[in-house]
Design a protein around this ligand. Sequence first.
Ligand code: KIV
Length: 275
Amino acid sequence: MKNNISTFLEAKQKNEKLTMLTAYDYSMAKIMDNSGINGILVGDSLGMVCLGYKDTLSVTMEDMLHHIKAVSRGSENALVVGDMPFMSYQTSVYDAVKNAGRIIQEGGAGAVKLEGGSTVYEQVKVIVKAQIPVMGHIGLTPQSVNMFGGFKIQGKDELKAKDIIEDAKKLEDAGVFSIVLEGIPYKLAKIITETVSVPTIGIGAGKYCDGQILVYQDMLGLFTDFTPKFVKSYGNAGEVIRTAFEDYIKEVKNGIFPSEKHSFNISDDIIKKLY
Ligand code: KIV
């Protein structure tokens, strides 16, 4: 079944959990889509897990579009959400709607995601007014890493927790169809989930969120620079892949690969004429 923003809103009303993963290319998007996932986020985590940057701040609109297009081509049923990179919406309301439009029009995504609460209220309102669905993202928002002084769990004291609740309400008022809650205490995520009418999608925000999202490289052991506490391993694909590479190297060196099965034949009469 094709997922869209109504699927997300209805899931919350029916108390059904939503599932999301990140993807950055066609092949992985296709596997994910076939697994029955509700949504695929082309996150700006692209910068870290695919491009090797230390954070997400260097990711550009062109980087995002390149990958959003590939994921859109591989997704039939999942709702594709394209992340708005750093400085693509903070600069002005005009930039925000223009770049959100590119993610839909050029990238083929069904929705955009951007970070922040009350600070991006106007941007969200204008993008929604342009008929583009927006997913909010609050808590440990990676584009604010320099303001946070590192990737630190947010909302642990009363004032910050209240700010995050206010941010969620502001986003709801601005018209988002869902909100990612990242890196906040699970009891705070529970309050937010009970407060807003749109589904909350948690990452490092505990089990009371309306849905969950993970970066696929994290849950499959493909990104090992660091593993956050909230990541659960669902298989060690990194190990499987490394073993396959080692087997390939061994077989090539020992003349086992390619065998006749993986080669193309020609008649010996023709071969004789080639010498
Ligand atoms: O960029 C990303 O992958 C994200 C998720 C972690 C929510 O924003």
